[in-house]
Design a protein around this ligand. Structure first.
Ligand code: ATP
Length: 265
């Protein structure tokens, strides 16, 4: 039975987004929107994945969504219908962007100080997130002294502390061993329910983890040779009863959905 919910205001809308390099189409007519999911009695954020094969333009789309680059044509709008610009979203890059010359604590403090809602409580907020995601012991270390998984979690916390409702991540699951992967997935699910408007956008080629964590999956791919990549498919995991379900991997529909996506990529 489908979990009761409704989809309310638009939180992000990509309309006719195209990206060309010297006449070569990388992305073509990308259209999708993310709406606020409202569930009775539950604070429920949004988790959306954009899945695509290697070379399909995921990193390019990520840069456009982050406002780091303008599309050749088309628009990406976020809350209040304004065009996205750099700094609007918390952005977690694939190669963990931390300041090498600062301790993790110092980097996190810099981020926390940018968030007016934390004023005076920065230290507590850092301690809380670090505890929740198991990096308390790493706080006084420098990034090069951390493992890939620890750096990954630190850079996610860094963006969370800035307080944006949007968290955009490029391949957040790559290079993590299974235990750390489970931790990062748990952490992101906790984040997604921390605020009604929290919106996680994950750009990845990891089908299984994306299906396990998302409410909606978009498939980025080409529909014809010589054309740019576009959104070829949308999978509504709520409709399949595969969202917000901790036991999801055991659900027979989970495996079927993975096969369907694999065939469609
Ligand atoms: N500056 C550029 N000039 C010309 N073409 C580019 C430029 N940057 C990227 N491309 C092309 O855009 C396409 C998409 O690249 P992109 O890095 O976004 O793929 P991806 O899906 O992220 O791949 P991967 O998963 O392997 O990282 C590629 O064909 C690439 O050659």
């Amino acid at each position: 039975m489908m979990t009761p919910h409704s989809k309310e205001q638009v939180l992000l809308r990509a309309e006719h987004v195209c990206l060309d390099y010297d006449g070569y189409h990388v992305l073509q007519d990308i259209n999708f929107s993310i709406r606020n999911i409202v569930r009775p009695g539950v604070e429920q954020g949004q988790v959306v994945s954009l899945l695509g094969r290697s070379g399909m333009g995921k990193t390019q789309l990520f840069r456009l969504l982050a406002g780091l680059q303008k599309p050749t044509s088309g628009t990406i709008r976020i809350e209040n219908d304004k065009e996205v610009k750099a700094g609007d979203m918390g952005v977690v890059f694939q190669h963990y962007y931390l300041f090498e010359w600062k301790t993790i604590y110092q980097s996190l403090m810099m981020a926390a100080l940018q968030n007016p809602a934390l004023r005076g409580n920065e230290q507590d907020a850092i301690a809380r997130w670090a505890g929740a995601f198991d990096i308390t012991e790493s706080l006084q270390k420098y990034p090069q002294q951390l493992s890939g998984g620890q750096r990954q979690r630190a850079s996610i916390i860094q963006q969370l502390l800035k307080g944006s409702n949007y968290l955009l991540m490029d391949e957040p699951f790559s290079g993590l061993d299974v235990c750390v992967l489970d931790k990062v997935v748990d952490m992101l699910l906790q984040v997604s329910v921390s605020n009604e408007l929290k919106t996680l956008i994950i750009v990845s080629h990891d089908i299984e983890t994306c299906v396990a964590i998302s409410d909606t999956v978009y498939i980025l791919g080409k529909t014809a040779e010589g054309e740019g990549a576009t959104i070829k498919g949308e999978i509504d995991l709520i409709g399949r009863d595969l969202a917000w379900n901790t036991d999801i991997r055991r659900h027979p529909a989970f495996r079927d959905t993975l096969e369907e996506i694999k065939a469609g990529l």
